[in-house]
Design a protein around this ligand. Structure first.
Ligand code: COA
Ligand code: MG
Length: 282
């Protein structure tokens, strides 16, 4: 899934809008965007939306409160009779948290973990492999991590992420790929700055992320576009796959003056698999 749009669980108005944005996933949030005083109201609203879902092509996930808050069980209880399409678990410190959470959900519904929100979590990004839990994606977050690290900002004066957050981003990517789940890039909070968002989307897609989280409807078209394989990329991938198919048992081939070996073949196959799910724009 390419675009994952957060929407505060206590805002019926925004939820109705979010479901019509064309986001691949809408994340009804019960965690950080909902004030403590509104948690119960948000649970009721989210349960209401899930039990009376409008006709929409997007998947609807729920972000619960973190395991150490003690509120996760209440979140799950509120939606037990109207389950979402999946869950987002914030502030995981290792794969064990995902296993513990999966037991609480009493279901096989997919889980996306936000796996870099505490200082300690950075040392555990390799622990999400072979879990007894339906982990389907991993993402990372700079906001909570920066407060845990004691930083004043996660970005420098030019708007670029500083080293600790680039590290978290890279470890999340490697952790997700080694766990054979989708790596999803973090949010871009300056939602009026579309050029800045584009820069991050292009970098994320180049590095191997398969989607990006969003906080505002205006961010969705660009995210969907960037993470949909282009016609040129599909064409090139097809040429690589065909060339390998025609050179039986070759470990390496040449095509248009370039060398391609097995990692290139794997990458081309992955791209074609993604292209089969999302229609590219001309
Ligand atoms: N989902 C659905 N609709 C949204 C939205 C979202 N995430 N963010 C904004 N909108 C709506 C607004 O309600 C507004 O609709 P309206 O004119 O009918 O009232 C419209 O889009 C334009 O919004 P805009 O005025 O540009 O922004 P804002 O000042 O209303 O909201 C934020 C800015 C950041 C508060 C808002 O985008 C938001 O709540 N984002 C999600 C935050 C979140 O969930 N964070 C947790 C994860 S990090
Ligand atoms: Mg947070």
């Amino acid at each position: 899934m390419r675009s994952w749009l957060f929407v505060p669980g206590d805002s019926e108005r925004k939820i109705a809008k979010a479901l019509a944005t064309g986001a691949d996933v809408v994340i009804l949030d019960l965690e950080d965007s909902v004030a403590l005083a509104n948690k119960t109201a948000a649970r009721d609203i989210v349960a209401g939306v899930l039990s009376n879902r409008p006709e929409t092509s997007c998947q609807v996930f729920v972000r619960v409160n973190a395991l150490d808050t003690g509120a996760t069980v209440q979140d799950l209880a509120a939606i037990s009779s109207t389950p979402p399409d999946g869950f987002m678990l914030p502030k995981t410190s290792s794969g064990k948290d995902v296993e513990q959470f999966a037991q609480l959900t009493k279901s096989d519904l997919p889980i996306i973990a936000i796996a870099t929100e505490t200082a300690a979590s950075l040392f555990n990004l390799g622990t999400y492999t072979n879990l007894k839990a339906p982990l389907s994606a991993m993402t990372w977050g700079a906001e909570d991590l920066s407060s845990d690290l004691g930083a004043t900002s996660a970005r420098d004066d030019t708007g670029h992420l500083t080293d600790p957050y680039r590290l978290a981003r890279s470890l999340c990517l490697a952790g997700a790929r080694s766990a054979l789940v989708d790596p999803i890039d973090s949010i871009y909070a300056s939602f009026r700055d579309i050029a800045g968002l584009e820069r991050e989307c292009i970098a994320a897609a180049r590095d191997g992320f398969t989607g990006k989280m969003a906080i505002h409807p205006d961010q969705i078209p660009l995210i969907n576009q960037t993470f949909t394989p282009s016609i040129q990329a599909i064409d090139q991938a097809e040429q690589i796959v065909d060339a390998f198919a025609q050179s039986q048992n070759a470990g390496v081939i040449s095509l248009n003056g370039q060398m391609y070996d097995l990692p290139h073949l794997k990458r081309a196959e992955k791209l074609l698999e993604r292209a089969s799910r999302y229609r590219p724009q001309a």
